[in-house]
Design a protein around this ligand. Structure first.
Ligand code: NZQ
Ligand code: ZN
Length: 390
């Protein structure tokens, strides 16, 4: 393990079929007024909304609602949420949904008492929070982002065509998260598999960096093997509890700071994916799926040892009599087969990308330096072209 680091994670998790009950343990810790934040209505259709309202009422809470958080939440919506928090003197934000709802709740939590424009402060100047933060609690209904146990919040500015993530510190992590795998059964197939790919991408973004012998890499190989195994079961039978619960747990560990320890980390797939999202509003995991293979094929020669290790340790590629490059290519080939098998979108045209957008998407992709190769703007354009099969 290289470098010096500290590790702690303040989010309390309640996992399993009975976990919603634990809301009764958490609610008394906060003041009276709760802002219930949710998305476009799935929680009403599944009945979760009624269950949560009842628990809030039983705990004597004043209930305020902020509904309609869209996938890829916008800064305009954040401004609205901030006003609602201030008007109702909210003591706790309870986010019930997927990554978009939780990210939004965190953005509102740091912005409601922010005297400047939060877009400028947190997403343009990347300044840390120095004003009061409203505590956030979560009930997770869609698996993928890891937002339930991290400080990330990704917000879209539609006017500026920018989708930007700010990774805050422990003071912004959710105070608690309730993880019941059964709540994820109703997620539509398209969203479900996009979430699976998001999990894989979070792990690979951290795995494909560095060349030292690092415990984090061994943890990641285990998480990846579990994900590939369970995802194949879940696509055939979405109500397989064992598979859905393993995936839920893997997703949380894929992006809660643990596996980044001792790693420089890459994150270029996310930079390009987010920029595609800013221009198309496409589903996050699908934007990553469209650029991943073209990107990895470009950087593979620069991180050949690691790509070979990925092929052998994660995909069981038999190295006998093959060159390192053949082994590494075979690993990526296995990954491509898995992507096709679970039904991911592999071409960015299918997400709404058109050729005239490519320069702007490339310009909106931050270039990071932690991976095996620092890309040039032209290489990003080439990767985007390859993602359209041009
Ligand atoms: O809005 P509702 O009606 O709830 O429907 C949602 C939404 O349409 C639906 N859904 C969620 N749970 C459901 C369900 N439908 C039926 N049954 C359920 N149980 O699923 C759709 C997608 O939800 P969303 O929250 O947008 O998905 P996801 O969890 O993938 O979140 C994506 C957002 O998170 C950001 C992404 O950029 C994107 O904006 N990310 C956040 C990260 C973080 N905080 O660390 C890291 C990630 O890399 C990612 O960037
Ligand atoms: Zn992601």
């Amino acid at each position: 393990m290289l470098g010096n680091f500290s590790y702690s994670n303040p989010t309390k998790l309640y996992f399993g079929e009975d976990s919603l009950k634990s809301l009764n343990k958490e609610l008394p810790k906060y003041g009276k007024n709760v802002l219930l934040v949710y998305g476009g209505g799935s929680i009403k259709r599944t009945g979760l909304y009624d269950q949560i309202i009842k628990i809030l009422q039983d705990n004597g809470k004043g209930i305020f609602e902020d509904a309609g958080v869209m996938p890829n939440p916008t800064i305009e919506k954040v401004y609205e949420g901030c006003q609602r928090v201030r008007e109702n003197q909210v003591d706790l934000i309870l986010a019930v949904g997927g990554g978009s709802v939780i990210d939004y709740a965190k953005a509102v939590s740091v912005s409601a008492h922010c005297e400047e424009d939060p877009w400028e402060k947190y997403f343009r100047r990347m300044v840390d929070v120095d004003n009061p933060i409203i505590p956030v609690g979560c009930v997770l209904t869609m698996v993928g982002t890891g937002s339930e146990m991290n400080g990330g919040t990704v917000i879209t500015n539609q006017a500026a065509k920018r989708k930007i993530g700010h990774v805050f510190g422990e003071n912004v992590f959710p105070k608690f998260s309730i993880l019941n795998p059964v709540f994820t059964y109703t997620v539509p197939h398209y969203q479900m598999v996009a979430g699976f790919f998001d999990i894989m991408s979070h792990i690979l973004e951290q795995y494909f960096s560095g060349s030292d012998d690092n415990t984090s890499d061994y943890i990641m190989e285990g998480l990846l093997r579990s994900l590939f195994h369970s995802s194949r079961i879940a696509v055939k039978n979405p109500t397989d509890y064992e598979a859905r619960s393993n995936i839920m747990w893997t997703a949380t560990w894929a992006l809660n700071t643990l596996i980044a320890k001792g790693k420089s980390t890459d994150w270029m797939v996310h930079m390009m994916g987010q920029s595609i999202g800013a221009h198309t509003d496409a589903t996050h995991g699908m934007t990553l799926a469209a650029v991943s293979l073209p990107y990895y094929r470009v950087i593979m020669p620069y991180g050949l040892e690691k790509f070979k290790r990925y092929a052998i340790n994660v995909w069981n590629v038999n190295p006998g009599g093959k060159t390192d490059e053949q082994i590494a290519q075979e690993g990526l080939g296995e990954m491509e087969s898995w992507m096709n098998e679970i039904g991911l979108v592999m071409n960015s045209r299918d997400l709404g990308v058109t050729e005239d957008m490519l320069e702007a998407i490339a310009k909106g992709s931050f270039i990071l330096k932690g991976g095996y190769k620092v890309l040039s703007r032209d290489e990003i354009v080439d990767i985007l072209k390859a993602s359209m099969a041009l």
